[in-house]
Design a protein around this ligand. Structure first.
Ligand SMILES: [Zn+2]
Ligand SMILES: [Zn+2]
Length: 113
């Protein structure tokens, strides 16, 4: 019993998977995959991940991409998938602390009081 409705890529050697919400039926899961960029033939006989569908590199290594489970790299503003190009925006707060300009005058003044 799979927990997720998964749509897998039929290209030999490609590990891409689309994980749909578990409560979706098989058809709904395929529909969701297509909306995310997958190419699924009528009846779901063959499915191709977004990258294979447009002749790109198959996913050989799993990563964090929510669309094809491919590997992603970190760009300034988002995680970008190597394979399908899907971008996941960074959570706005997570990176703010590191980029803060050194010595914010307001806080410093407060602490010295
Ligand atoms: Zn593929
Ligand atoms: Zn992807």
């Amino acid at each position: 019993m799979p927990l997720h409705r998964a749509v897998g890529c039929d290209t030999t050697g490609c590990l891409a998977l689309y994980l749909a919400a578990p409560q979706l039926g098989r058809d709904a899961a395929q529909f969701a995959a297509v909306r995310a960029g997958w190419s699924v033939t009528a009846g779901g006989l063959t499915s191709r991940c977004p990258c294979c569908a447009r002749g790109g590199l198959p996913v050989l290594e799993r990563g964090d991409c929510p669309v094809c489970t491919g590997t992603t790299f970190s760009r300034e503003d988002a995680e970008v998938c190597h394979h399908c190009g899907h971008t996941t925006a960074h959570p706005a707060d997570a990176y703010d602390d590191e980029d803060k300009e050194p010595g914010e005058p307001l806080h410093a003044a407060e602490a010295d009081r």
